[in-house]
Design a protein around this ligand. Structure first.
Ligand code: CLF
Ligand code: SF4
Length: 504
């Protein structure tokens, strides 16, 4: 078999193009190639809908939607919407006019920003005037920015036509269940027809609205992503059914996210001690769902006011007082944006060519003898552009890839505390470094542009091979190269259960 560099499983293509029931999301540029041109165009530079694009493009959210029409046990109104954010208060609630000003400032400063999403802090469609007033102005003033919205779905069906009229062709619906009894354990009540409806009855209405909204959007060619929060013991065993149903209805992508529940967030689950899934449990469920549907694995559960590449937050650079003093010439900014986007495309194209060449050369150098090697997880430090280009000590997260004898697959990310801040904090640094190494549990190698002597030694002690030799190389290519080095050294020849063995 030849090597393949894959981000995710290649989906089947539905006839007709729009309302694709599958996804190229999560894959390399190659994986977008099979999609119909219109769909490819929509996901090409959307960092959430395409894993490959998230190495190159940024998104921003504006917090214009404070109210919500349901209650989730993982949410405390003081904090961001857990559908699309990690817990943390929204720094500033914005009016539509303020939001537009912020978008223009970010677009001029971060030309890689291609998508504006509204994701809270409440539910955008429970605040339709504020949400649509923002989208309307952005569509007029910055037509090169894609519009995206995330909703719990309760108010969705009657607003589908308005979403389409505003040219919003990426919609996320958070669907945690299709069984009202499960739903009652997650959503204690909904607000419906001016009254509160509790328990399974409320959940049943919510589920009906979500499913109807999904069908209506798909029928109109809108790309729908479904987010589900994985809650061990509550809906984890149920989410495979959810995945099957939403795929059958034409959802483009499924994003199973881990529950974040800490007592200090003041949420029901946090206070009750409900745990979130471990990385292994999350990956196992994502893999199980992927049999039926392509999965998003690069979600960062970002804040409802997040700004920047996924995994970074530059919101502090664009507070209201700061943008007030910014002079923005958007026509000029558009020119600069176009130049930056052209450079990114040239870079993506070059990486794609290199990947193709790597495959050919790998096929040529394959040994005739058969060797059995097992899969290996590797952690990668990257600042973006699809390259191994970050110092180990500067990484606040690592991307995790699984390499086997036949492919390289992106499977998620692990957040870590910075241990090297350049300050005088050596005592803290040591414990942060140990925590970082613990958080890389299960990984057998770490790839970065540079690494210090001390972490090098500690990684080796922990059985993780550090590698700084592939600095500035495309990630998949570098991971494949390290896998080959490890296989050649015999390090991957350990006995594994027969069903897990890969043959090269
Ligand atoms: Fe925002 Fe969501 Fe649009 Fe992306 S986020 S509204 S689809 S532009 Fe992306 Fe953030 Fe995950 Fe959301 S990483 S939480 S999936
Ligand atoms: Fe909170 Fe979002 Fe749930 Fe509303 S839909 S309760 S804002 S998590």
């Amino acid at each position: 078999m030849e090597w393949k560099v894959l981000g995710q499983d290649r989906p089947a293509i539905p006839e007709g193009g729009s309302g694709c029931s599958s996804s190229g999301c999560g894959g390399s540029a190659d994986q977008l190639d099979h999609l119909p041109a219109a769909v490819r165009e929509k996901v090409h530079n959307h960092p959430c809908y395409s894993e490959e694009a998230h190495h190159h493009f940024a998104r921003m959210h504006v917090a214009v939607a404070p109210a919500c029409n349901i209650q989730c046990h993982y949410c405390n109104r003081k904090y961001d919407c857990a559908n699309e954010s990690r817990p943390g208060v929204v720094s500033e609630l914005l009016t539509p006019n303020q939001a537009v000003k912020k978008v223009m400032a970010v677009a001029a400063t971060i030309p890689q920003m291609t998508v504006l999403g509204i994701a809270g802090p409440g539910d955008p469609l429970a605040n339709p005037e504020r949400t649509f007033a923002t989208f309307r102005q952005i569509a007029e003033k910055a037509p090169d920015i894609k519009l995206c919205v995330s909703t719990n779905g309760l108010a969705l069906p009657p607003l589908v036509d308005e979403l389409c009229a505003h040219n919003i062709d990426h919609v996320t619906i958070t669907i945690n269940c299709i069984d009202p009894e499960v739903g009652a354990k997650i959503h204690p009540w909904i607000f419906w027809n001016n009254r509160r409806v509790k328990g399974a009855k409320g959940a049943e209405i919510l589920i009906e609205q979500q499913q109807r909204g999904l069908e209506m959007l798909v029928a109109r060619g809108v790309l729908v992503k479904v987010n589900s929060v994985m809650i061990p013991g509550v809906n984890d065993a149920h989410l495979e059914d959810v995945s099957r149903v939403v795929k059958a209805k034409g959802a483009f992508l499924h994003n199973v996210m881990p529950l974040i529940a800490e007592a200090e967030h003041g949420t029901f689950y946090g206070v009750m001690g409900q745990r979130g899934p471990t990385p292994r449990e999350l990956q196992a469920l994502q893999d199980a769902c992927a049999g039926d549907m392509n999965m998003m694995r690069h979600c960062r559960q970002c804040r409802a006011d997040a700004v920047g590449m996924l995994g970074e937050d530059r919101g502090g650079e664009f507070t209201l007082d700061k943008i007030e003093s910014m002079e923005i010439d958007y026509a000029k900014a558009m020119e600069q944006r176009a130049q930056v986007h052209a450079a990114i495309e040239a870079n993506r194209e070059a990486q794609k060519m290199r990947t193709g060449e790597t495959r050919v050369s790998l096929a040529q150098i394959r040994r005739p003898r058969r060797t059995e090697t097992r899969p290996a997880l590797m952690a990668v430090a990257t600042k973006g552009q699809g390259l191994v280009n970050q110092h180990f000590g500067h990484a606040s997260e690592f991307l995790i890839y699984e390499a086997t004898a036949i492919d390289v697959r992106f499977i998620g990310h692990r957040k870590v505390d910075l241990y090297c801040s350049g300050g005088d904090t050596c005592g803290d640094a040591e414990s942060a470094l140990k925590k970082t190494i613990r958080s890389l549990d299960g990984c057998e190698a770490v790839l970065c542009s540079k690494i210090g002597f001390e972490p090098w030694g500690l990684l080796e002690e922990a059985g993780i091979m550090p590698s700084g030799e592939h600095a500035m190389e495309p990630i998949e290519e570098a991971v494949a190269a390290v896998y080959r080095e490890m296989a050649a050294s015999g390090r991957l020849n350990l006995p594994m259960p027969p069903e897990q063995r890969m043959t090269a």
